[in-house]
Every structure is written in structure tokens, then in C-alpha cells.
Design a protein around this ligand. Structure first.
Ligand code: ADP
Length: 280
């Protein structure tokens, strides 16, 4: 469905993309990971034609995206749902209006757009009691779920996600990841997801692509990448994954060792009785 062929892009003398090729099929979830500055956002922006590649080609449904005129580009963008790191909601509009706005601007009749927006909001768990609120009245996780609903409301064929959880408190990340996982499992849209969330990649990706310095350096299933990586970046993700998810010792006594040397109060060493209390 989406095909990226040998795309290169430089900013002045900085090469951001150095011959990137990939494809995303309908219904497939492809997770793109890599260190900061390796070119992930630039790639997503080139796919959406918010940035122009210097060379290479991008095709969608067999048509060259780079050769599209403005009317074709508008139609192409209607078929793509874009979820940003920052939700970019308009605070003077309600949640419902924010979700429907893109559809109305794309020419959909207002009531039909509101119906589509309501369905999309329900899909991401934003109930009717929140629809008339302003974005500022919602938590960050809820706001990003509205951002997802906005991208979903046009029933896109392809969804592009650019670090959708990166600006959220860790505690709010999980609710957004759950929505993303649900969509990845059931959606017919192809998904290209830029994220640092290894847990999401492990559970939801059909394929993981690892990028480094403007190139795709490794591609494979989550099992292949995390169990038998072949690139330096792959080895680093494997280490991170092991430390985070497989080798984390669970502490049962809070700071027990520190109580031996740290005075509890008044600068004096704690009694044996107090140390036992702290350890418990
Ligand atoms: P990532 O999303 O992986 O963090 P980016 O795609 O944002 O990486 O950036 C890739 C490289 O391109 C970096 O070196 C970055 O500094 C550079 N870059 C990105 N956007 C611009 C821009 N608008 N102007 C100049 N340099 C840019």
C-alpha cells in the first residue's frame, strides 16, 4: 500500500535520510525505532509531504506521492490519519468540534462529520460526558486519545504516528498505548508508528524497523529483533528490553540497606529496633 524507495533528504549539510526504503501493507503495524536525530520524524514528514525528499520515491496505492498535484495531495492526505507528539487541539473548540474539524474542512457535511467524530471518540474511550469540554479540561492522556480520534474519524487507509506518547507523563502513557494496541489489532488501516515504547513494539508490531543515522539498519519481527539483533542499535534495544522487562529485580524492603548508615533523626544512628521497623 505504502512504498518508500531510496528516499534521501538533507537539511543544508546535514543528511537526515540516506536512502530509506520500506513498505507498509494494509492492516500491517510497522514500528519504527531509533535514537533521537536518526531521521524518524523527517521520514514521516516526507511520507505526508510536509517535507520534500531530495531524491527517491514514495508511492501510495501505486501512485507517486511526490508527483501529486495539490488536488491529488489533498485527497491523499484525507486517506492518512496523522497522530502528532503534541496533540495540537484548538482550545476554543470543544472536544467534539476538534474531532470533526478536519472532516468539515475536507468538505464533509457538518452532521455527518459530527457523527463520524462521535463514533471515533467512543472508539478511543472518550465518552459523551466529555464531548462538550475544552481540551484544557482533559488530562494529557485523554487529549492524546482525542488526537487519535481526530486521525481515525476520516477512516484512513494509513495511520502515521509520530511519537504519540512522548510528551505524556509516564503514568498517562499506558492508557494511550492500550488504545493504540487495540487499533493495531483490529484496524484495517496500515500503521507506521514512530515510538520508543518497546512494550508496544513487542506486543503490537508485525515488523520493527530500526533506524540509525538516516538509514534503516535492521528489520524483523519483534522476536527476531529483541532475541537475535544484528545491528548495534538492535543490541542496544535488546539490552534495554532485558533490563526493563525481563531482568528487573523486585525490591521487597524499602531502602533496607540505607537504614544501616543513614540517621533517622537528630543525627544519631538508629537503634536496632528502628532499623527493623524501617526494613519492614
Ligand atoms: P528524529 O525524529 O529521529 O529525532 P529528525 O528527523 O527530527 O530525527 O532529525 C534528523 C536530522 O535532521 C537531525 O540531525 C536534525 O537535527 C535534522 N533536522 C530535522 N529537521 C530539520 C530542519 N527543519 N532543519 C534543519 N535540520 C533538521
Amino acid at each position: 500500500m505504502l512504498q518508500v524507495d531510496n528516499v534521501c533528504k538533507k537539511f543544508r549539510n546535514t543528511p537526515a535520510l540516506q536512502g530509506v526504503s520500506l513498505q507498509v501493507e494494509q492492516g500491517e503495524t510497522v514500528v519504527l525505532m531509533g535514537p533521537s536525530g536518526c531521521g524518524k520524524s523527517t521520514l514521516i514528514r516526507c511520507i505526508n509531504r510536509l517535507a520534500e525528499p531530495d531524491s527517491g520515491d514514495i508511492t501510495f496505492g501505486g501512485r507517486s506521492v511526490l508527483a501529486m498535484d495539490s488536488a491529488e495531495l489533498l485527497d491523499y492526505r484525507r486517506r492518512i490519519g496523522f497522530v502528532f507528539q503534541h496533540f495540537n487541539l484548538i482550545n476554543r473548540l470543544s472536544i467534539l468540534e476538534n474531532t470533526a474539524l478536519g472532516l468539515v474542512m475536507a468538505g464533509m457535511e457538518r452532521n455527518a462529520a459530527l457523527d463520524a467524530a462521535r463514533a471515533a471518540l467512543l472508539k478511543v474511550g472518550i465518552g459523551a460526558e466529555m464531548w462538550e469540554r475544552a481540551p484544557a479540561q482533559l488530562s494529557g492522556g485523554q487529549r492524546q486519545r482525542v488526537g487519535i480520534a481526530r486521525a481515525l474519524s476520516g477512516r484512513p487507509d494509513l495511520m502515521l504516528w509520530d511519537e504519540p506518547t512522548a510528551s505524556l507523563d509516564p503514568i498517562l502513557v499506558q492508557e494511550v498505548l492500550e488504545v493504540m494496541e487495540g487499533l493495531a489489532a483490529e484496524s484495517h488501516a496500515g500503521m507506521l508508528v514512530v515510538t520508543h515504547e518497546i512494550s508496544f513494539a513487542m506486543r503490537a508490531a508485525d515488523r520493527i524497523l530500526l533506524m540509525d543515522q538516516g538509514r534503516i539498519v535492521e528489520a524483523g519481527s519483534p522476536g527476531q529483533i529483541l532475541q537475535a539483533p544484528t545491528s548495534t542499535i538492535g543490541l542496544r534495544y535488546q539490552k534495554l528490553w532485558r533490563v526493563r522487562y525481563t531482568e528487573l529485580p523486585l525490591r521487597t524492603a524499602a531502602y533496607a540497606h540505607k537504614s544501616i548508615t543513614r540517621p533517622l533523626s537528630g543525627g544519631s544512628m538508629p537503634s536496632a529496633q528502628k532499623m527493623v521497623e524501617v526494613q519492614q
